[in-house]
Design a protein around this ligand. Structure first.
Ligand SMILES: [Zn+2]
Length: 465
């Protein structure tokens, strides 16, 4: 990997970007939003083979390979019906190597090559010729104690890492982690979609389970709200500083209490219209904001993903297989009921993500550049890429500045890629700042301060870490 990767081609801008990056490259990693498995850190067992660590759980890899006609079964992805799939990790690895050219100029390739070089010392390009040697090198590493989850966590200089759990999760891994005495800071995040979204399969059973876990009567509106408040407290006991809401839209609602209670009875009965489900989800975002005013949890909403777009893939393999597709998303109208209630509060933080980048300049930056409670999440998911991040800065900075954004978060399931993802964000931000300095729109000492904010301070402060 070249030392100047992702820096501007213009020599003046590049030399400024290099200097800025030199100041922040070694800052600790703050990872306030992600989907790593707390069991890794609780029990510190060795990671499995290279394919199970790096290929099978990575939906970015799966989607590209699938789009070029490679069956998911050949990549070792388990089928819901238990029918046989490839189980030889080396065969899966070779298949990826044969098709590695598909990832040219994608962020997947950047992340992978950074992980392979930085974590495992691999400097050859992945090809059918090098595939076996690289596989053997990684497999050899994984057998050693310094490649166990906790050792890597420490080597990556992670200051805080948040995982994401459902209110129905018993949080036993986080309990075990806390009891273990290991000083690494791995915290949970409260993601209540399965008990807030009536369209979740098994929603009614989920409400029952929530009642059993909390001793509250979740057949009633007040009992349901009390149960949610109680689970939020439980999560805070295991370090949570934030909630996370993956609703299909950013729609919020602010109903009269009696109307909200009636709507709860309707959705809890199991017979409701799609519009009723949507209003209920919207009402619950406002209820969650109200609870955040009480308990201080930061609230994240990341709407706009049409999850499980491909019916065949959903039926055969289930969710998170690379067929979630962004859709047009309204924020200005959708967030207004919640912002009317809580948008002017300075003690409340609402972080909004986007998958519809046409809204950066038109809606999100103007909103975040006005409401004290609102912050913009980073260039997310499909825009977690060098060009996506650059466009994000170009479209939001002039209206919202830097301090209405929350730095970077990696939102990843792929633990070895965490340093790579933060490194890409740091480089792209320094490249952007390098241009501002070269154009005399910012002095270099100010740019240094901003680079530090974007890499470290803003995430820590926004997420109250
Ligand atoms: Zn996420």
């Amino acid at each position: 990997m070249h030392d100047d990767r992702l820096f501007p081609a213009d020599p003046t801008e590049r030399s400024i970007a290099r200097r800025l990056y030199g100041e922040i490259r070694d800052l600790p990693i703050v990872s306030p939003h992600g989907h790593t498995d707390p069991a890794w850190f609780a029990y510190d067992e060795p990671f499995p083979d290279p394919a199970r660590l790096l290929v099978i759980p990575d939906h970015y890899l799966l989607r590209m390979l699938y789009s070029q006609g490679i069956a998911m079964e050949r990549l070792g992805v388990p089928r819901l019906d238990g029918a046989p799939v490839e189980t030889d990790p080396r065969a899966i690895w070779r298949l990826v190597a044969e098709h590695w050219y598909l990832f040219r100029a994608t962020p997947t390739r950047l992340w992978w090559e950074h992980s392979l070089e930085y974590v495992f010392g691999v400097t050859d390009r992945l090809t059918p010729v090098t595939a076996d040697a690289i596989y053997d090198r990684i497999a050899g590493c994984l057998a050693r104690p310094e490649f166990r989850p906790r050792a890597l966590f420490e080597r990556f200089r992670i200051e805080a890492l948040a995982t994401t759990e459902s209110p129905l999760d018993p949080l036993d891994h986080h309990e075990a982690l806390k009891a273990s005495g290991w000083p690494g800071r791995v915290i949970t995040t409260f993601r209540p979609d399965p008990v807030l979204d009536p369209d979740t399969p098994g929603f009614r059973a989920n409400l029952d389970r929530l009642g059993e876990m909390t001793g509250e009567d979740t057949a009633t509106w007040t009992g349901y709200l009390a149960a949610l408040a109680r689970r939020r407290r439980d999560f805070m006991g295991l370090g949570a500083t934030a909630t996370d809401h993956g609703h299909p839209s950013a729609m919020t609602a602010d109903l009269e209490p009696a109307d909200a209670a009636r709507l709860f009875d309707t959705v809890a009965s199991g017979t409701f219209t799609p519009a009723e489900a949507e209003i209920f989800r919207g009402q619950m975002l406002t209820e969650m904001a109200r609870m955040s005013m009480d308990d201080g949890l930061v609230m994240q909403i990341h709407p706009g993903s049409h999850r499980g777009h491909n019916g065949l893939i959903q039926r055969t393999f289930g969710p998170n297989m690379g067929d979630d597709i962004p859709g047009r998303t309204d924020y200005v109208g959708a967030l207004q009921p919640l912002l009317n209630r809580f948008g002017n509060e300075r003690d409340f933080t609402l972080i909004v993500f986007t998958l519809d980048e046409t809204t950066y300049g038109r809606e999100l930056a103007p909103l975040a550049g006005h409401y004290p409670a609102l912050r913009l999440g980073p260039a997310w998911w499909f825009f977690d890429s060098p060009d996506g991040m650059r466009r994000y800065r170009e479209m939001t900075t002039e209206t919202a500045g830097f301090c209405n954004t929350v730095g970077f978060n990696d939102d990843t399931r792929a633990f070895p890629s965490i340093p790579a993802r933060h490194d890409v964000a740091r480089r792209v931000d320094c490249a952007y700042l390098g241009r501002l300095v070269a154009e005399h729109r910012l002095d270099e000492d100010e740019a240094r301060e901003v680079a530090h904010d974007l890499a470290y301070r803003l995430a820590k402060e926004a997420y109250r870490l």
